[in-house]
Design a binder for this molecule. Structure first.
Ligand code: A2P
Length: 285
């Protein structure tokens, strides 16, 4: 597959296609200044990103929508150039809530459609206004759901998912690998006992050969395997850096070396919800 900055979409079974590289937009709302998401999405679009990954629960979806609309108004892109993925939050799993929740997202974005709408997590919470509903003892209030676990696909050199990837290849399913750089290492939701991915000596040594960073090598590794990546950055230099992965390629030997880094350990374990009956990460994929 010849991947270029202008052309790095992979086909989907329904006739649509998805760009292999997207911008992730989750940042801790408490610590992130208002407007950073807006600016970052605009920089990303100017850089050449055509895939943006967002969610209602990130509290910045309105900024994503505004950035896309501003770039359309400027004439830089058309709506159909952009692939936007939104997400259904845990409190909205009952089937009758799905459509109104999507409509709310479209209203927040002020866009007519999203390109992909996925279940954020396969663990339902009690429907209602509280996004993280808790009882008087501070315990999360869960909800029964019969939705299949369709989501649990972290993917990067320390969690390569070879078995799942092979299954998906055989069935023409495209994987979107979240946390492709090993996350922000925020201790409130990340398993920080797994070492930082971007400090890995092998990724750094390979990067040196190509004059690339460990992040660029990790991203290139994923897209070369056909795994869509959505690295999050709100830093202009790193947004651009993460897009500079179409001007080099890894040899088969290097791909194997990186695959051998697999530790089978997730960064995103979400242990605070491990007592949920649908907690997905105890199963093997
Ligand atoms: P920042 O937004 O300041 O760039 P992931 O996508 O795996 O969840 O990783 C996101 C984290 O990695 C964020 O903390 C982001 O911070 C940081 N990050 C993004 N791009 C790079 C890069 N090229 N080099 C180092 N860190 C990066």
């Amino acid at each position: 597959m010849n991947l270029t900055a202008e052309s790095h979409r992979v086909p989907l079974s329904d006739g649509n296609s998805i760009p292999l590289l997207g911008l992730g937009t989750y940042a801790d709302p408490q610590k992130t200044p208002k407007g950073s998401c807006l600016e970052s999405v605009k920089i990303a679009i100017d850089t050449g990103y055509r895939h943006i990954d967002g969610a209602f629960v990130y509290y910045n979806e309105h900024e994503v929508g505004q950035a896309i609309r501003e770039k359309i108004a400027e004439g830089r892109i058309k709506r159909e150039d952009i692939f936007y993925c939104g997400k259904l939050w845990n409190t909205c799993h009952p089937p009758e809530l799905v459509r109104p929740t999507l409509e709310k997202t479209l209203k927040i974005l002020q866009l007519d459609y999203v390109d992909l709408y996925i279940i954020e997590l396969p663990m339902a919470f009690k429907p209602g206004d509280a996004i993280y509903p808790k009882d008087e003892n501070g315990k999360f209030i869960y909800h029964e759901t019969d939705l299949c676990a369709t989501w649990e696909v972290e993917c990067h050199p320390y969690f390569t998912q070879s078995k799942l990837l092979e299954f998906c290849r055989q069935h023409d399913i495209v994987i979107v690998g979240y946390s492709p750089l090993g996350t922000s290492r925020d201790e409130t939701w990340v398993n920080v006992s797994s070492p930082p991915l971007l400090k890995d000596p092998v990724l750094n040594a390979i990067g040196k050969k190509y004059n690339k960073t460990a992040a660029q090598v990790a991203l290139r590794f994923s897209i070369q395997r056909g795994v869509v990546v959505i690295p999050k950055s709100f830093n202009p230099q790193r947004i651009r850096e993460n897009f500079q992965i179409f001007d080099f390629s890894l040899t088969e030997k290097e791909m194997k070396e990186i695959e051998a880094l697999n530790k089978n350990v997730r960064y995103v374990e979400l242990l605070m919800w491990r007592d949920h009956p649908e907690y997905p990460f105890s199963d093997e994929y």
